[in-house]
Write a new protein. Structure first.
Length: 255
């Protein structure tokens, strides 16, 4: 059966907006990601396959079947050429959005990967997992650069700052939200940079040498009373909106 998009009209005051609905999507839809140019949508289909479709016509351009466990999170690279997908098996795969070729398989997590995000320059990926870590690694090689251990519990959501007022490349702040009901905003830099020193066990990987280190100040937002499930930056990179199991969305200044 040919998949179809169905148009819907929703009343918002006196205005109407048209929406498209894709039916015949097998299984649960666990994750969605829109390409930066707005032309394509990637969706987890049937729990382990990722479908890439036209956002306007529903035409299927690719089905990626590189995972063997449920895919929980997706993120397009800034240039729209690659997709990072994280699974319940603790694996992140980076693959070509046009051909489906797997470029990198990252296996640094010991539990499911709940969130992935790209650095603004597309060189690094930060992945957050139920193992309580956010791991920053090279998107081209899979080499681990830094492990953040500031959360007291699993990490549910990770977002690298995007916007007009960015620090260079990977130094842009990362916001991570977790089961400990906090959002933590932090940055990494090269190890020879001036860095903030952290007590053992507070943050950082104490077992392996770090190619990067925490830089500047750590901001911890404690406005939620339940696990934080989502975070997103405002377009100018100055504000964060965070959603929680406490039933609230809170918007606050991160800079």
């Amino acid at each position: 059966m040919v998949p179809q998009w169905e148009q819907h009209r929703c009343s918002v005051g006196e205005r109407h907006r048209r929406h498209l609905e894709h039916r015949n999507q097998p299984g649960n839809v666990n994750a969605l990601a829109w390409s930066r140019d707005g032309n394509k949508i990637a969706a987890v289909s049937g729990n382990i396959a990722v479908q890439v479709r036209s956002a306007t016509t529903s035409k299927l351009s690719l089905t990626y079947k590189g995972h063997t466990q449920i895919v929980l999170t997706l993120a397009w690279s800034p240039d729209g050429r690659q997709i990072a997908s994280g699974s319940a098996y603790g694996i992140v795969r980076v693959w070509d959005a046009a051909t489906g070729h797997t470029h990198v398989t990252y296996a640094g997590h010991s539990a499911e990967v709940n969130a992935v995000t790209w650095s603004p320059d597309g060189k690094y990926i930060a992945s957050g997992g139920a193992d309580g870590t956010v791991q920053v690694w090279d998107a081209a090689t899979g080499r681990l650069r830094f492990t953040y251990r500031g959360h007291a519990g699993g990490v549910n959501t990770v977002a690298w700052q995007q916007g007009s007022l960015l620090l260079p490349g990977y130094e842009a702040p990362i916001a991570s939200g977790g089961a400990d009901a906090t959002v933590q905003v932090w940055s990494v830099g090269e190890v020879d940079a001036v860095v903030q020193r952290w007590p053992v066990g507070r943050a950082g990987n104490t077992h392996y040498p770090q190619v990067m280190a925490l830089q500047g100040e750590l901001l911890i937002y404690r406005g939620h009373s339940g696990p934080v499930t989502s975070v997103t930056w405002s377009p100018d990179g100055q504000l964060i909106a965070s959603g929680s199991e406490d039933g609230t969305v809170q918007v606050w200044s991160a800079i």
